[in-house]
Write a protein that binds this ligand. Structure first.
Ligand SMILES: Cc1cc2nc3c(=O)[nH]c(=O)nc-3n(C[C@H](O)[C@H](O)[C@H](O)COP(=O)(O)OP(=O)(O)OC[C@H]3O[C@@H](n4cnc5c(N)ncnc54)[C@H](O)[C@@H]3O)c2cc1C
Length: 560
């Protein structure tokens, strides 16, 4: 890791991190502790544990279980990396399109633990109005503004930003962030647990519209807030979501100080796959997940059932069945009723409701590779960059520019959109998506011939069109807190019926911060604790794990 990224991500002392707020457990400390996560009895060393999905949550769990002496058996239906997918442009080494996660807040301390372990470089992400972007253009209702910072925009934008900051204070934003900084669990729980019942049933839009701060302003302020947002771009696609989702994002700084992984985020899961485990229990030095699997994961999982002897039988797409005491499922939960024939008795009816009602958001991105970072050319007429990071209410919504240096190909994410804006692209092939995006951008930059810079083939994605995902990430609706709480707490299995034990779930849709990789990583660490416990092992006294302290700090339960 370079010096710059080290200072940005090292240490959490006094910083806002993704520490709770629902379950304020220091995952970063637990995984960094020199004693390790715990141990499992020697007689269970080498036992096979099935891990369904080779995304980041599957591979973090598999990696940590391997270190504990277990033999993870990873099943993957599509590609290693899952939603950390960095697709290379043909013919250009290291030039990638980040189709899933692309900007990682430094508050993601458990995720960065693995980034740092793998020695990957990071640098600031070119978000709107940041130094890394250089310049930003905001184009709304045909009016185009050029800015380096918010102060360059008309007063309306500052009024919107101030109103958002003031509205958040109505929910004790600063007090909550201070409690997170201090890791003051009691204060954090008291403040957060007060918000949960009050805001689970209400939308983000409701919060904005009914806040004192925005009530004093015009409808146009709310609209502009939805289009331009805070930190990373417009958030109006999240207006129907439960306000709790948005509180978590801003209170844990998911939306600020974001960095990209140089060369692509997929290197994190792929690195965990290849990286030898340091001082593993049971396994010889040099053992890696790749070496335990003869190089490649097993095929996708087609069926999970309970055998008469009590073991869980996992059948892959080619019909091979293997039996395990323990199975971890990390794919999207809807896949348990579409891709995987999962025996109904493995989860309670209430869990099935949660797994099936969980709601995913749609997202589409379209990228082109360009011959050079032409956007930095100066327009001699205005003295400004000819093109900038762009936020607009047009079809493209967010356009991001990735500079690999003069003389190197650059990458333009022509459009990154969610929900209805993503649905507009869904039926279109990649060429048409590029044409539609270029047409919208021509209205904003009439003098710039973006097409003349394109080299190689464009790359696009619609996560909802992929049968192995069915959507980009969870976006909980009002009233969904109970579902999330059930799924999140499922790794604590001592109180559930015997016939439902041994199958664990983890990943983005179990997380409290869906769409942010840190949440997926934290749920996978919960599963590691649950599996360790299930196999008769436990943590060390001076390094308690999430399950050891769960009862005291668990996410609150709302009455049914
Ligand atoms: C468009 C988009 C943008 C995002 N942006 C950001 C961002 O900027 N910052 C951030 O922090 N996070 C971001 N995220 C979220 C982040 O990418 C996810 O939280 C994280 O990658 C989820 O990892 P996971 O392991 O939980 O799930 P996945 O990555 O989905 O892994 C599950 C795996 O299961 C596999 N699978 C499916 N069916 C089967 C089967 N039957 N058998 C075996 N395997 C199966 C899938 O192929 C997949 O590889 C973004 C996500 C998307 C989609």
């Amino acid at each position: 890791m370079n010096e710059r990224s080290r200072t940005a991500t090292a240490g959490h002392q006094g910083r806002v991190t993704i520490f709770g707020p629902d379950f304020p457990f220091p995952f970063d400390n637990w995984i960094a502790h020199p004693a390790g996560l715990g141990s499992i009895p020697a007689e269970r060393h080498g036992e096979e544990v099935a891990v369904i999905g080779a995304g980041i949550s599957g591979l973090v769990a598999a990696y940590e279980l391997m270190r504990l002496g277990v033999k993870p058996v990873v099943y993957e239906a599509s590609q290693i990396g899952g939603r950390l997918r960095s697709q290379a442009f043909e013919g250009a080494d290291g030039v990638v399109a980040e189709l899933g996660g692309m900007r990682f807040p430094i508050s993601s301390t458990a995720f960065y633990h693995y980034v740092d372990k793998l020695g990957l470089q990071t640098r600031p992400f070119p978000n709107p109005l940041t130094e890394a972007a250089g310049s930003t253009v905001v184009d709304l209702e045909g009016d185009t503004y050029y800015a380096s910072s918010i102060g360059d925009l008309p007063p309306l934008f500052t009024e919107v930003a101030d109103a958002w900051a003031a509205a958040l204070e109505e929910a004790r934003f600063t007090d909550i962030q201070n409690a997170i900084r201090a890791r003051d669990v009691a204060t954090l729980k008291a403040l957060w647990n007060d918000l949960v019942p009050r805001w689970d049933d209400r939308t983000f839009y409701d919060f904005v519209a009914s806040s004192e701060a925005f009530s004093a302003l015009s409808f146009r302020h709310r609209e502009v807030f939805g289009q331009v947002g805070f930190g990373t771009g417009g958030w109006d696609s999240d207006y129907p979501n439960s306000m709790l989702e948005i509180f978590r994002v801003v209170m844990t700084n998911c939306d600020s100080d974001q960095r990209l992984v140089v060369g692509g985020a997929e290197q994190v899961p792929r690195g965990l796959w290849r990286c030898p485990a340091p001082r593993p229990a049971h396994w010889p030095a040099g053992t890696s997940l790749a070496s335990l699997h003869s190089g490649a994961p097993r095929p996708g999982d087609a069926r999970i059932a309970r055998d008469e002897d009590g073991l869980l039988a996992v059948t892959d797409a080619w019909g091979d069945t293997r039996r395990y005491s323990t199975v971890l499922v990390t794919c999207q939960s809807w896949l348990l009723t579409t891709q995987i024939d999962c025996e109904e008795s493995l989860f309670s009816p209430k869990m099935w409701t949660a797994l099936d009602r969980t709601r995913y958001m749609q997202s589409s991105k379209t990228f082109v590779m360009v011959d050079r970072p032409f956007w930095k050319d100066m327009d001699p007429r205005t003295g400004r960059d000819v093109m900038s990071m762009t936020l607009t209410d047009r079809l493209t919504r967010g356009t991001y520019l990735f500079d690999h240096g003069e003389g190197q190909p650059g990458v333009v994410c022509l459009t990154y959109s969610w929900m209805s804006d993503a649905m507009k692209m869904l039926p279109e092939p990649v060429e048409r998506r590029v044409q539609l995006a270029l047409k919208a951008l021509r209205q904003i930059y009439p003098g710039v011939d973006i097409a003349s810079h394109i080299i190689g083939d464009p790359i696009t994605v619609s996560w909802e069109a992929d049968r192995y995902f069915l959507g980009a990430f969870k976006g909980a609706l009002p009233g969904h807190y109970r579902y999330n709480q059930r799924m999140y707490a499922h790794f604590m299995q001592d109180q559930i019926p015997q016939e439902q034990r041994g199958i664990f779930i983890a990943g983005d849709d179990v997380s409290w911060t869906p769409a942010w990789v840190e949440g997926a990583v934290q749920t996978s660490l919960n599963a590691v604790w649950g599996i360790m416990h299930h196999l008769g092992g436990g943590t060390y006294r001076d390094n308690p794990g999430p399950g050891d302290v769960f009862a005291g700090i668990a996410p609150i339960e709302l009455p049914d």
